[in-house]
Design a protein around this ligand. Sequence first.
Ligand SMILES: [Zn+2]
Length: 456
Amino acid sequence: MADITTDELRSRIDEDWPRVVDALSEKIALGSVSAKGITGGHMKRSAEFVADLLGKEGVDARVVQSSNPDGTPGAWEVVGSRIVDPKAPTVLLYAHHDVQPVPDPSEWDTDPFVATAKDDGRLYGRGSADDGGGIAIHSGALHALGDDLGVNIKVFIEGEEEMGSPSFIPFIEAHRDEFASDVIIVADSGNWSAEIPSLTTSLRGNTCVDVTVRVLGHPVHSGQFGGPILDANTLASMLIASMYDENGSLVVPGVASEEPVGGLQRDLDEASLRADAAVVDGYRLAGADSLASRLWTKPSVTVIGFDAHPVDGSFNVIADSARFRLSMRTAPNQNPAEAQRALADFLVAHAPFGAEVSVEPLENGQGWAMDPDSAAVRDAEEALAEAFGTEPANKGEGGSIPFIPELQRIFPGAQVLVTGPEDPKANAHSPNESIDLASLRKNILAEALILTKLAK
Ligand SMILES: [Zn+2]
């Protein structure tokens, strides 16, 4: 492979640009809403469109229908490969071709399924960013490299990501050999902003427990027993409060707390966080250390359900029991089952006034952290810096993207790079979704540069 310069790649991308925007616009018009039925004809057409798009870049892309764990037909997936040299490294390119639904088109300023470019430099439409942008990046990068591609490519463009990927694990397991690769590029996340690129470095895991606090065999009158006997709601509140220190940091032994993976390049802005969440004026943010660590890599617990007597119609009784559900976001590297056990042990051990506390464990979801010292990560960071003309500010995700830890589990030796075309203005999953076109062009160059670097 001849060494291709960044300038040459950039000019090829510029030349190809109208094709990329047209393809993205056509993709938006397909309205591939998986919530309308993952096995539907509209989803098959969307998969065929993507297979055709990648086929033009030398990938032997084909559409395959997956099977759900119960054996019923599943999503229309796009798989394929382009092998340039059996001795070269292999890179799996991931994106998804399904899009979020549009429950109320009247909330949009434009037709959600007609790609509309505006003077703000953004292209509007459902799936423009999530994840039509990811497909555009892969197509554009392969096109720019053309015959200068120096790595083997495998592709997996999923058809049910927005539905929680029900057939993902059986599908990957069944195609394990076809997907085996040294590096996996997941183009389904985003950048710090349209101007500042990022790798997504970590995802928190999650776990849930249901907790019951019991103090009495039956409710009793508060006039007769109130005083020595605290009601179960109060005891439950005490139990919940016991998980925190005075700063609002969780103090549950065995629940891990981590720092941003690969170090923190840039902290989040408190004023934006307050504005985005509409935090009331006087509220002091809980926890300590960087805001980024509190949102990305430290654990957090939320009471997401609480069974108590409704206020209307309440009367003077001492509640015998109270039940609540805790949802915990766990540090990226901690096994969530281990965090769940630590949380359950803590709650039972801290039963206020010796009330009965029982904990029922619910589901766990594994987190994920990239290896910040891997060669692929260094290549990707250099490529992003070159393409965007500024150093990346990597970021974590406080939530989960369940298929990423699954990919990592099935291919433990692969380096997973999480990139993507979104930025904070993209409104993925909301009305008026859009993609910044200048940023998309830079993301295409970045991926072409990553593939070039990985070839060496
Ligand atoms: Zn997505």
